[in-house]
Ligand binder design. Structure first.
Ligand code: MG
Length: 471
């Protein structure tokens, strides 16, 4: 029966195909959704209104969460910037690409290397099936020309190529510097470059207006490419410290400067949604919002909040890696709250499926396809999460349970490195704050997680450390 219908459709289309019009290809193109990934820097699980923050107002992100899907067990693949970003864009654990290191945890302005050329980025993947691609914002996968976004599958780049606290000009030592009051911290103290494609167009970048300008760049790219499928990877530099907001947002939030910054990011989300609606693209676009790692807690009120989750940036406790995960797309996403497991690495696989791009077969992919969960609420194929710190596996989650083999606090907080034998075991459903070790009660769970880890480790091929070499 199905075959008969197909033949009939073919016969009906035959005159169109013969006439040489592009109706067929236009129909095919419209079936590929546009993708927008909005990636915050160091924003915690608890920093949005829809995730329970009492004094930061995020009406546009809250709208995305209520009209789309709000994931409550969604993970970044690392607890710091560079490896987390490498994992999102390649769909692979950063230990495989070499974008994780035990010597230095992220790339710096004097780093020699970046994302290896043989890695396939999401942009390269989607370009193969006709997408136009833009990276706007923080890159942090290598600042030398061969490593920049335009040499990694993006048609367009506008942004600061690494963290906004780098290239510091002040002579005050790093940690001492932050003891100043907010009004003494100047955007000119950080000589970070702002690039358009590969050219420096401003230095130091004016960070007061950077969030606003990134949103405007995203809007302009969307308008320009509305007739083709597109990928916009909008990776804000903020709310990573130093915090800056434009004058329209400064002093407006009940949460202080950190809240001003998050509310300005939220405002930009609203502008993007409004553009999609005005251009008739809302039905065929999927917008994702998440963050690269948890809040940088030693900065006190200038750092964010992981809500009920333990610790923050830099650690494999939940607060370091579990993030808000919001998927919006009225034509694609079935609304609801999702407690299944998901990872930023899954975006590569999921978007490839939705765009009709075949997955690479010459390498291990760590992402899974979440498209059936997004479209129909079917169970997520992700059953486990691996928590790496640098190149060492510290913890593993299997279903509701998480075992810690090693723990280490967040940059001087919450304790030093400690090995655990037997591992610590927490039930993250009953105990999301990881307070009550239940290892004694569940030897069978520990055995299961051990088997999972041993299998992973026996098959793991480690990439050459790309972060260690400096100039
Ligand atoms: Mg970060």
């Amino acid at each position: 029966m199905k075959n008969l219908i197909f033949v009939k459709i073919q016969l009906l289309l035959w005159p169109v195909l013969l006439s040489g019009t592009s109706l067929w290809s236009q129909t095919a193109a419209r079936e590929q959704p546009n993708f927008i990934i909005i990636f915050a820097d160091d924003l915690g699980y608890g920093d949005l209104g829809s995730y329970g923050h009492p004094s930061i107002r995020t009406p546009h992100l809250d709208r995305m969460a209520s009209e789309g899907q709000k994931w409550t067990n969604f993970y970044a693949a690392a607890s710091v910037c560079t490896p987390s970003r490498a994992a999102l864009l390649t769909g692979r654990l950063p230990v495989r690409s070499g974008m994780a290191s035990n010597t230095t945890r992220v790339l710096f302005p004097d780093s020699k290397n970046g994302l290896p050329a043989h890695e396939i980025t999401l942009a390269e993947q989607l370009k193969q099936v006709g997408y136009r691609t833009a990276c706007i914002g923080k890159w942090h996968l290598g600042h030398k020309e061969q490593y920049l976004p335009t040499n990694n599958g993006f048609d367009y780049y506008f942004g600061i190529p690494y963290s906004n606290d780098m290239d510091k000009l002040s002579n005050i030592p790093y940690w001492e510097y932050w003891k100043q009051s907010d009004d003494l911290i100047k955007t000119t103290d950080f000589n970070v470059p702002l690039l358009r494609n590969t050219e420096v167009v401003e230095r130091p970048a004016n960070q007061h207006t950077i969030t606003k300008r990134y949103a405007e760049e995203a809007v302009s790219f969307i308008k320009k490419h509305k007739d083709q499928p597109f990928l916009v990877y909008l990776a804000h530099n903020l709310p990573h410290i130093p915090l800056f907001a434009s004058k329209e947002f400064l002093g407006k939030s009940d949460r202080g400067l950190y809240g001003d910054v998050v509310e300005e990011i939220d405002y930009g989300v609203g502008q993007i949604l409004a553009t999609l609606e005005a251009e008739g693209l809302a039905e065929n676009t999927i917008v994702v919002f998440t963050s690269d790692n948890g809040p940088w807690l030693p900065f006190k009120t200038n750092g964010g909040s992981a809500g009920p989750l333990r610790a923050g940036k830099g650690t494999t406790w939940e607060g370091g890696m579990r993030e808000p995960g919001i998927f919006w797309g009225p034509g694609w996403i079935k609304p609801g709250q999702i407690s299944a497991l998901g990872s930023t690495m899954d975006l590569f696989t999921t978007f490839s499926t939705l765009a009709g791009a075949a997955l690479p077969e010459d390498r291990i992919m760590d992402g899974v396809d979440l498209s059936e969960t997004l479209r129909y609420h079917r169970p997520s194929p992700r059953k486990s999460v691996l928590y790496y710190r640098g190149t060492d596996l510290y913890a593993a989650r299997w279903g509701a349970y998480k075992a810690h083999f090693i723990t280490h606090g967040a940059y001087g907080q919450f304790g030093e490195r400690e090995e655990h034998d037997p591992p610590l075991l927490y039930h993250l459903g009953h105990d999301p704050s990881e307070q009550f070790n239940v290892a004694q009660d569940h030897p069978e769970v520990l055995a299961q997680i051990n088997a999972l880890v041993l299998k992973h480790q026996s098959e793991l091929v480690r990439g050459k450390d790309q972060l260690v070499e400096r100039e």
